[in-house]
Design a binder for this molecule. Sequence first.
Ligand SMILES: NC(=O)c1ccc[n+]([C@@H]2O[C@H](COP(=O)([O-])OP(=O)(O)OC[C@H]3O[C@@H](n4cnc5c(N)ncnc54)[C@H](OP(=O)(O)O)[C@@H]3O)[C@@H](O)[C@H]2O)c1
Length: 280
Amino acid sequence: MRQFNNKVVLITGGSSGIGQATALRLASFGARVAVAARNQDALDATVARIAERGGTGLAIQTDVTIAEQCRNAVAKTVERFGQLDILICSAGLSMRAYFEDSELPAMEQVVRVNFFGTLYATHFALEHVKKQRGSLVSISSLTGKRGIPSYAIYGASKYAIQGLYDALRLELRKDGVHVGVVSPGFVDTPLRTNVLGPDGRPWSNPPPPPFRIWPVEKCVDRIVWLIARRKRQALIPWFTGPLLVLDHLLGDRIGDFILARKFPPMHSAPGSWQGQGSQG
Ligand SMILES: NC(=O)c1ccc[n+]([C@@H]2O[C@H](COP(=O)([O-])OP(=O)(O)OC[C@H]3O[C@@H](n4cnc5c(N)ncnc54)[C@H](OP(=O)(O)O)[C@@H]3O)[C@@H](O)[C@H]2O)c1
């Protein structure tokens, strides 16, 4: 895709999963890609894979929960490449537990990574993306579109991202900045094996997803589509769009019925999974 040639992209969460796969794809289109996350080895490996494909990458060790480190990630990207066209906020942390079982520090950490990580990166990137009339993109989730049992706090962090980006889209229309939100269902990445339980520790044997798991490249296809066409929203899979509309028109009744059965309460021992009946 020629339109990405020479563009400068900063991807938080670029060390793994959707962020990493997007970095590799955009680099293959000729973009110069900075990847930001905590794991330096994984970042270096991503940059090495970019270089193997003849691309140019930059690794910037960043904890997105620390505003100053997000400022640094943006500054280093601009220092190295002279501009910033596209910010993709993909850093994220998942938690699967009913709200009443969940401990506050665990819930706070999910909000810090998912919401504040997006907010900080967007805040510091904005002036540069504005200069380029570029794109601000956030990787949200279908849990940011529809309340789902056991995803109360994860979903809340994604609803917050949706609210932030919906408002930004209108605020920045006059500046020619594209603002888009990508909302995937289950995608085949390490996120689910690291999903936190109610005490904030990853489940040793994570709950099985009750719906289809989509390949990461399918998700990258939608991210590329969203940026290339400057769309405001991409859902994965696409047919969840009409389903959400239908569900809403029917007073959420069908969705409530299905979701309550697909995501029953989890009777958990700390750090383990003893879910009941969610194999559906
Ligand atoms: N996979 C799914 O089923 C799915 C579905 C819907 C939405 N999403 C969303 O997609 C995004 C990407 O997730 P993924 O599936 O690609 O998961 P992943 O493979 O686990 O990647 C998560 C990324 O976030 C980074 N990260 C986590 N905490 C961070 C922190 N404090 N500071 C900086 N980076 C941090 C991780 O890097 P380090 O550990 O190196 O910091 C990693 O690069 C997330 O926002 C997630 O909520 C995923």
